[in-house]
Design a binder for this molecule. Sequence first.
Ligand SMILES: NC(=O)C1=CN([C@@H]2O[C@H](COP(=O)(O)OP(=O)(O)OC[C@H]3O[C@@H](n4cnc5c(N)ncnc54)[C@H](O)[C@@H]3O)[C@@H](O)[C@H]2O)C=CC1
Ligand SMILES: O=C(O)[C@H]1O[C@H](OP(=O)(O)OP(=O)(O)OC[C@H]2O[C@@H](n3ccc(=O)[nH]c3=O)[C@H](O)[C@@H]2O)[C@H](O)[C@@H](O)[C@@H]1O
Length: 470
Amino acid sequence: MATEGHLSRTSLERVIVTLRITVIGTGYLGATHAACMAELGFDVLGVDIDERKIEQLAAGQLPFHEPGLPELLKKHTASGKLRFTTSFEEAGAWGDVHFIGVGTPQKPGGYGADIRYVDAAALSLAQHITKDALIVGKSTVPVGTARRLACLVQEKHTGPGTIRFAWNPEFLREGFAVKNTISPDRLVIGIEDRDLDAEAILREVYASQLAAETPMIFTDYETAELVKVAANAFLATKISFINAFSEVTEFVGGDIRTLADAIGHDARIGRRFLNAGVGFGGGCLPKDIRALQARVSELGLDRTMRFLTEVDEINLRRRDRVVALTEEILGRLNGATVGILGVAFKPDSDDVRDSPALDVAARLFNAGANVNVYDPQGNANAAKRFPRLNYVDSVPAAVRDAHVVILLTEWQEFKNLHPEDLNGLVANKIIIDGRNVLNVQEWEDADWTIAALGRKFEPSREAIGLNAPV
Ligand SMILES: NC(=O)C1=CN([C@@H]2O[C@H](COP(=O)(O)OP(=O)(O)OC[C@H]3O[C@@H](n4cnc5c(N)ncnc54)[C@H](O)[C@@H]3O)[C@@H](O)[C@H]2O)C=CC1
Ligand SMILES: O=C(O)[C@H]1O[C@H](OP(=O)(O)OP(=O)(O)OC[C@H]2O[C@@H](n3ccc(=O)[nH]c3=O)[C@H](O)[C@@H]2O)[C@H](O)[C@@H](O)[C@@H]1O
């Protein structure tokens, strides 16, 4: 087996010996993509401007929590199939296919996406590529970015070799990142008209997914960019749809879980992403719906995505609801002791970017409550963002002397909780279920007052304020 990476100039004569893949940006998306590409048999080089991150990854240590990924990282850094560098010079001289997976966060002080990191990565590559290569954008970007970058890359590339360009958005979910990368629901690839070379190379990169009959959709740049944000906007809308009904069932009485199950049986609707609760957060859904609105407004289509403002507002109102409910239950927040279960934006992740749980915890603290927080993986990241909460390392430590316990991230450990696990620890037997995962009847039968989002809250007077904040 030859070891030299090589792309020749015409599609028909192209001989791929062993594709060399670089992944620019080694955060959640990039580190996953790099390790999975190595698992699929490619030689991979991860590139980042964050030296500390690169040192950690090169040492086989994953700087974030993602099930299944540490094993792949260790395996392939040890075998030498997966290496890491901060050098674009090395990447440009070595790689055949360069995936760009750098961050596209919300602009500071604005709603649009901050695409300066994508621009910088593409330009650095263009300046350092010295052989035939394909640049493949993976980051989530405003429509129009790929076409602009494709031109810019050609302008800035003065070295030897031909650069081809494609956009291949990523649909993985944190917590399922390895599985979603190795076996995605679909692959979407935006290429320039008739760029059969780019298409052939990507068919080679994704040969194992193609063998597994993963749908592979080749389209233009604009459609590829829009598919990504359309998918996230749809998911966000689905969550806010059920959460809007939560506002109604909380008011009139009713059970949001039963409602979701019942409409979800209709195959046209589907039950997934109809879990009502404290709403969506994370590094993607919130910023992506805002960036989509900002982009279409820039294009002059001001009204088109206006419904996403409602989706965003319904989502943020869920956080207000938890804070208001806590105050309603306790009479006042100042001086109250609150036990928070969960601070990551979702279970099986240590990501606290735009986490509804951290937002609620911080707001309770700012209102004068003593806030004890336990998350199986998220404490360290949360402490970097909001150091003043009392981060503890177990459920008992979080709920000790609590006037109210609030479940905000549905880790399995919390879903498994039973009333007797907390008895004797809390000041009041009061729990707010912010994710609709506890069995209300079981907690009520054990003399707990339980308030679940999406259900009417009618506390018995004597249950509330047994031990009021002092
Ligand atoms: N996190 C996720 O689950 C998914 C993320 N995405 C998209 O992927 C992109 C990346 O997201 P994450 O991985 O979550 O972000 P992240 O913040 O975890 O990682 C971004 C990385 O890019 C690096 N970087 C920034 N500028 C660079 C440059 N010029 N050259 C090299 N590296 C550079 C940063 O140091 C950081 O390590 C975003 O557009 C996001 O919307 C898409 C699907 C899933
Ligand atoms: O673009 C991205 O980065 C990714 O964004 C989401 O993935 P992710 O943010 O990892 O997590 P999800 O599982 O989608 O959850 C997002 C948020 O919605 C919340 N959620 C999810 C489902 C639900 O029914 N209810 C609900 O409140 C979760 O608690 C979480 O806060 C999408 O699911 C991915 O397909 C996409 O690639």
